[in-house]
Design a protein around this ligand. Structure first.
Ligand code: SF4
Ligand code: SF4
Length: 165
C-alpha cells in the first residue's frame, strides 16, 4: 500500500488552543498560483468531518457575502471567490468548528507545501507541530477516529452525530 499522510485534527486543535497566535503550515495537492482562492486540505477536512452539519446552519445565515453553501449531504463548501475573510462564521459556530487561523494563512506562500512533491511533503511534516502530521502505511480506522479524506490523506477527528437527519 502506498504511504499516506495522516493529519491529526484533534492534535492540531489542541495546539492552536495553546498557541492561538501560531499559523499552521498547509498541505496542498495542486499548484497554488492563485493563493487567495485555494482550498487547503485542512479546510476540506473540517467541513467533511469536524462540522456538525447543523440543520439551520448559523454560519450560513451570518455570512455577509453568501460564501457558504450546504450540499444535499449537509457538507458545507466555502466559495473562496465570495468570502471576504470577515470570520463571522468562526465566531458564530457554536461548536468551534472553523479554526481561528483559517483565513489568514492562505495568503502566506511560505507556509504552503505541495504534497505531490516528496521533498515538500517531508518539509510539511517537519514544519507541522510535532506529531500532528505523519506519513503512514495504515488505512482508515474508525475505532481510532481515523478516516479517509481521499486516497492519499487520512484525517484523525472525532465524529459527532450530524444534525441533518
Ligand atoms: S455552525 Fe459550525 S457546526 Fe454548524 S454547520 Fe456551521 S460550521 Fe458546521
Ligand atoms: S469569513 Fe465571513 S465571508 Fe468568509 S465564509 Fe465566513 S462569514 Fe462568510
Amino acid at each position: 500500500m502506498a504511504s499516506k499522510v495522516l493529519i491529526d485534527m484533534i492534535k492540531l486543535r489542541e495546539f492552536l488552543s495553546r498557541n492561538p497566535e501560531e499559523t499552521l503550515p498547509e498541505g496542498l495537492f495542486y499548484p497554488y498560483l492563485n493563493i487567495n482562492g485555494l482550498k487547503t486540505i485542512r479546510e476540506l477536512a473540517i467541513f467533511r468531518y469536524t462540522c456538525r452539519r447543523c440543520k439551520e446552519a448559523p454560519c450560513i445565515d451570518v455570512c455577509p457575502s453568501d460564501a457558504l453553501e450546504k450540499d444535499e449531504t449537509g457538507i458545507i463548501t466555502r466559495h473562496t471567490n465570495l468570502c471576504v475573510s470577515c470570520k463571522s462564521c468562526v465566531t458564530i459556530c457554536p461548536f468551534g468548528t472553523i479554526m481561528t487561523d483559517f483565513f489568514t494563512h492562505q495568503r502566506n506562500r511560505d507556509l504552503l507545501y505541495d504534497l505531490n512533491d516528496e521533498k515538500e511533503l517531508k518539509k510539511f511534516v517537519e514544519a507541522s507541530p510535532e506529531g500532528t502530521v505523519i506519513i503512514t502505511d495504515a488505512g482508515e480506522s474508525p475505532e481510532k477516529n481515523i478516516y479517509s479524506l481521499n486516497d492519499r490523506i487520512l484525517i484523525r477527528e472525532y465524529m459527532y452525530p450530524s444534525e441533518k437527519e
